[in-house]
Design a binder for this molecule. Structure first.
Ligand SMILES: C[S@@+](CC[C@H](N)C(=O)[O-])C[C@H]1O[C@@H](n2cnc3c(N)ncnc32)[C@H](O)[C@@H]1O
Length: 265
């Protein structure tokens, strides 16, 4: 079975049923914040332990991707969950359990260009499994904040940090729109999957770029980047061919591109 029913369904959910993605994202974030606020510390500890156990139970450590020096806990064809339906999945939309082609290209780029990141402050927005953030730490970034509104993604990132002997800061807040004044680099791996969300990112990225932040986008040619006005502000830095398995799993995508957002200033 080349394209897992499970992953394909996740992909379809992401690409076709995501017209309310930004609102959904926010509501997930709000639900998470409320849940944390109402949790006693023992409940919170139990949540983290359960989540860690579930992640370890349902994933395997994989290096079968464009950045094999980074070990990642992922749902792969070796995992029963790969073949099961979403009803049997104990996670809510586990995007963190897949290493997206745009993220793979961006991470490869970081590992290949350590001088661009050494000593810098990095924010990986929508970090998923955390690969790009981990690469940033590996090449000597001064600080790295791995951000994803899915709290389970953050637990997965913490497991992946340990696997790769790096330390990262993590946050599950919705940081899009935050007025950063001293951030060196923002990383966005495969985040252009919805029109409204792309518009929102575009506004924020313009502001960040005007303040001197370098913005790097990894994308495999998704329509909401390719056909969005933001495309005219992007300079292509690199083109990576995806591994065969990744091509098959992503239904026709063949390459991952790394773009830099150009400030008008
Ligand atoms: C397609 S996945 C990409 C993951 C990773 N960057 C990669 O390339 O493998 C998109 C990720 O963005 C996260 N996400 C969605 N909206 C977000 C938001 N407003 N802030 C932070 N993360 C968000 C999702 O939970 C998901 O993990």
């Amino acid at each position: 079975m080349l394209s897992t029913a499970f992953q394909y369904r996740c992909l379809l959910t992401l690409l076709q049923q995501s017209t309310c993605r930004a609102r959904h994202s926010l509501s997930v974030s709000q639900k998470h914040v409320s849940r944390l606020a109402s949790s006693s510390s023992s409940n919170l500890t139990r949540h983290l332990v359960n989540s860690k156990n579930l992640i370890e139970k349902h994933t395997v450590v994989s290096t079968n991707h464009l950045s094999p020096s980074i070990k990642l806990r992922l749902i792969t064809p070796e995992c029963p969950l790969w073949y099961s339906g979403t009803d049997d999945c104990p996670f809510n939309e586990p995007y963190w359990a897949f290493y997206w082609p745009g993220g793979q290209a961006l991470t490869r780029f970081i590992l290949d260009h350590p001088d661009m990141f050494r000593g810098k402050s990095l924010l990986d927005v929508g970090c998923g499994c955390g690969a790009s953030a981990i690469a940033g730490a590996m090449v000597g970034a001064r600080t790295v904040l791995a951000n994803d509104i899915d709290p389970v993604a953050i637990d997965a990132v913490r497991l992946n940090m340990l696997l790769n002997n790096v330390t990262l800061e993590t946050s599950s807040e919705n940081l899009i729109g935050h007025h950063y004044t001293n951030l060196d680099v923002v990383l966005l791996g495969d985040m252009f999957y919805d029109k409204d969300f792309s518009n929102m990112l575009n506004d924020w990225l313009k502001e960040l770029a005007a303040r001197g932040t370098t913005i790097l986008v990894g994308d495999p040619g998704r329509v909401y980047l390719r056909d969005h006005p933001i495309r005219s502000k992007l300079l292509k830095l690199m083109d990576y061919e995806l591994l065969e398995q990744c091509k098959r799993e992503n239904n026709g995508l063949s390459n991952g591109y790394v773009w830099q957002f150009q400030s008008n200033e």
